[in-house]
Design a protein around this ligand. Structure first.
Ligand code: ARG
Length: 462
């Protein structure tokens, strides 16, 4: 049996190297279970439209079940990769024809790989978006658990801008901050999952719809879509939701990359704010003393990779006219590769973060670098002077203290006429008044609200 799904109008065989160049099998094998579900729904559409007789439909379903079993146990992948197929869809079609006898020859009625690829990709998007949402929520919950512990201990930290000491904050505040992008990532993934369940492209055929009486509504229902898609020409070339999946995955990778950057630096002996368990550290092949935080560096790089792939996928679609053109195969490969890589990075971040131990060393240095200067200035403003004047007066105290090689202290507060103003990191944090601040009560409130959002979101996921 030919591994190609066409041939009648060709007098000679295709060039093997060009065929290999055109194959996406290695990239789209991961779509196999979704193609089987799509093919099952196509059988339903054909049977309901009476294009298929019941016994042929039964034979096709049995063959598809058998292929599904082979996909689960890995034997399908081994078989397909040993052959020469253009894509996973052609490989499944060939396997079904091998198992279903003459009924196998009837599966592709009224179907093109164009609507098949579009539908399969949406099923994949729904699955991976839900996985991404769950993973992002797991990470957010883990960060909030660690935030609650750090709040108990009142561990302090000099938060930075430009990597320069800025203001004292609670470590719990930082952990709660790191959780927020993961909650938003989960929300983004959830929107993608719901968009991926709206319109079913199956039955759009090559681009114009079909002359066969396919029951598109039955296929859409079977696959859990809201309705058949509206326009076949759009449907076969539309990659919007799949690109949104890749975008959501890349954004989740970025959410993991940014705190990774901080953890890498905090793990250096110069900082020593965190220690990574052996389980998440790597050594050097040459320098015996080394303990490297590789997982977080790789998560950081995975963000960069996902962003690059996203840009590539979008560019692949950019020049493509309406309907299907082969560039979309390249876009599909990028969508799958980028999504898998980003989800793997999210999972790695979750695992590695569980091995981060906060040493508490940051507390002792939270006041270094004159981080209470802003609190002193605030106190001066509260005593009635202008912001400009307060800024200048405190700046002058900082210059003087720096020249004398000492920190700001109570004498500075007294000299500024604000004797009760905060002069150390703990007082600074306790002085905060605004909602969403680093005051322990505000952090506690944010942790509680975020945990509530995580619970609500997990319950809303199907
Ligand atoms: N290999 C193609 C892909 O994965 C299948 C669609 C081919 N359609 C076509 N008209 N050549 O995107």
């Amino acid at each position: 049996m030919s591994s190609l799904q066409w041939g009648g109008r060709f007098a000679s065989a295709p060039d093997a190297a060009l065929l290999a160049f055109g194959s996406s099998l290695e990239d789209d094998l991961v779509l196999a279970p979704f193609d089987v579900r799509c093919s099952m729904a196509h059988v339903a559409a054909l049977a309901s439209g009476r294009v298929l007789r019941a016994h042929d439909a039964d034979a096709l379903r049995a063959a598809l079940e058998r292929v599904a079993g082979e996909i689960d146990d890995g034997s399908f992948a081994a078989w397909a990769l040993a052959g020469s197929f253009e894509d996973v869809h052609g490989a499944i079609d060939a396997r079904v024809r091998g198992y279903a006898g003459s009924a196998g020859e009837r599966l592709h009625a009224g179907r093109s790989r164009n609507d098949q690829v579009a539908t399969t990709l949406l099923l994949y998007a729904r699955d991976r978006a839900l996985r991404g949402a769950t993973l992002a929520l797991d990470v957010a919950a883990l960060l909030e658990d660690r935030a609650a512990e750090a709040l108990e201990r009142r561990t302090l930290l000099a938060a930075t801008t430009h990597w320069q000491p800025a203001q004292p904050v609670l470590l719990a505040f930082w952990l709660d901050a790191a959780a927020q992008p993961f909650v938003r990532a989960a929300e983004r993934f959830a929107r993608v999952a719901s968009d991926a369940a709206r319109f079913c492209p199956l039955g759009s055929a090559a681009l114009a719809g079909s002359s066969l009486p396919l029951d598109r509504a039955a296929a859409a229902r079977e696959l859990g879509f809201g309705a058949p898609s509206r326009n076949a020409l759009d449907s076969v070339g539309d990659r919007d939701v799949a690109l949104d999946l890749l975008h959501a995955a890349a954004r989740a990778a970025v959410a993991a990359s940014r705190p990774s950057e901080e953890l890498v630096i905090w793990a250096t002996p110069a900082f020593g704010y965190v220690r990574l368990d052996d389980a998440a550290s790597t050594g050097s092949s040459l320098m015996p003393q080394k303990r490297n935080p590789d997982p977080f560096e790789l998560v950081r790089a995975a963000g960069a990779r996902a962003i690059g792939i996203y840009a590539g996928a979008l560019a692949s679609v950019n020049g493509v006219a309406l309907s299907y053109h082969r560039d979309l195969q390249e876009a599909k490969a990028q969508i799958v590769a980028g999504t898998e890589a980003a989800l793997a990075a999210l999972e790695a971040f979750r695992r590695a973060f569980a091995h981060v131990q906060f040493t508490g060393a940051s507390s002792a240095r939270a006041g270094d670098g004159y981080t209470v200067a802003t609190d002193l200035a605030d106190a001066v403003i509260a005593s009635g002077r202008s912001a400009r004047e307060a800024h200048r007066l405190v700046g002058e105290r900082v210059l003087e203290a720096e020249t004398e090689g000492r920190p700001l202290d109570r004498r500075d507060a007294v000299a500024l006429g604000v004797p009760d103003a905060p002069v150390d990191a703990a007082e600074s944090v306790a002085a905060k008044r605004t909602a969403g601040s680093t005051h322990p009560d505000a952090v506690e409130a944010s942790i509680a609200a975020t945990r509530e959002a995580i619970r609500g979101l997990s319950e809303s996921l199907p």
